[in-house]
Ligand binder design. Sequence first.
Ligand code: ACM
Ligand code: ZN
Length: 520
Amino acid sequence: MKENEISIIPRPVELKNRDGYFTIDSRTSVFASKEAGKALNFFLRRIASSTGVNLRFGGEPADKSPVNSIILISEPAGSKNEEAYSLDVSEKNVVIKAGFSKGFLNGVSSLFQLMPADVWRSAPVSKFSWRIPSVFIDDCPRFKWRGMHLDAARYYMPKEFIRKFIDLLAIHKFNVLHWHLTDDQGWRIEIKKYPKLTKISSVRKETIAGHHSNRPRLFDGAPHGGFYSRDDVREIVAYADALDITVLPEIEMPGHTQAVLAAYPELGCTGGPYEVSTIWSIHEDIFCAGNEKVFSFLEDVLSEVMELFPGKYIHIGGDEAPKKRWEKCPKCQARMRKEKLADEHELQSWFIRKIEKFLNANDRRLIGWDEILEGGLAPNATVMSWRSEEGGIKALKAGHDVVFAPNQHTYFDYYQTSDQFAQPLCIGGYLPLENVYAYNPVPKGLSKSEHAHILGAQGQLWTEYMPTPKHVEFMAFPRMCALSEVLWSQEKSRDFKSFANSLERHLKRLDVMDVNYAKS
Ligand code: ACM
Ligand code: ZN
């Protein structure tokens, strides 16, 4: 019976069923060690939102564990994983133990999944008395980088949705939000020193309608724009930090930059004029690698970005930068001669190395898409392997850290079922739930020391064909649920059938959260 009541996604490492239930109601008290502060807030806020009840906070836990209480208690961290926790539900009380803040948050996330789906409501239930099945859970993640990428450049995504998306990350024990903020079709982050980025680069006059390969091209005739102010960014970063989620900003270079060139045409090889792009595809106009102004621009921009984002990594894109303009540009060619670079790939490598030096000097790490391998990888770079696992494998063999993001398993902008006409238009591709679930981000044939450089993996939400948050949800779910098990759960415990069973109950939670998941 109880088996059917328990559906925690991602599946914990160890879960033991016990007899009986704990009942949480308005008389339940909460105790928490200082280290559990974020988890305590997460817990109390959620319960208040779904029940209207502010549970009593009784301070730090004492030696004797009181009845009818939820207790978040620190244990000596030792060599334990920072994100590990145990969760002990008995008829008497609920005890979450962890060494660090992150562990407590993960424990609370699991505890919520033992409660009725109503815990996810945003309006109070009429009667608050919930049974929580007695269990013992001992849990920790398989990978330390469990990310989701979200493209807010192709379509601006409102702040409220970003917050909801962060909640959904936390619930599924993801810990990185990769926020794609700049692209050919729009620049979405306020930079004080370059006001034209928000005045000009953030707005396109219209958007291509239908698939980008259709001819003739049709357009919607409607301007699209939007950007995140510095205060918006601070708010989002703080919101994520309260759940121990790191926000990784992506500022594209040298390609995917036509929107910048529209505002600052002197940064391109030809001098323009350029417009913020209205079509989806790879664009030939990119930053000029021979122009010093490009680097002072990028250092200024990255300085402001580092001020807003405290995380260790800055994503600099690096993907899909055609070399056609560089081949013809006297400034780029002069740079190649001066720096003794054999070809335009080496010029791109030189570009990325220069940016890496700047980031490293500011105590940050550079991460980029796997094209940054071409022409030679910057010495401290981390590679995000998207075209397949091949780039990642090459980087691992060279001793670099890698985050796997192969389109074959992690591109959630692909179709979810084989019948494409039954779904909204997509960019292409085919990635059903099973294929996400089957992914194992540890390629075969590598040594133990090479494995040690695999940070983890992440899912991608490129939004060319997802103009609204509801559409993003449709593409993200339930595939994100499957990915969460790939990233968190032990490989040997993974089983698609049992995941699918859990998912059925889990979808009720997503219903309560008003998540527009795909029903296929
Ligand atoms: C990418 O999909 N261009 C990284
Ligand atoms: Zn140039």
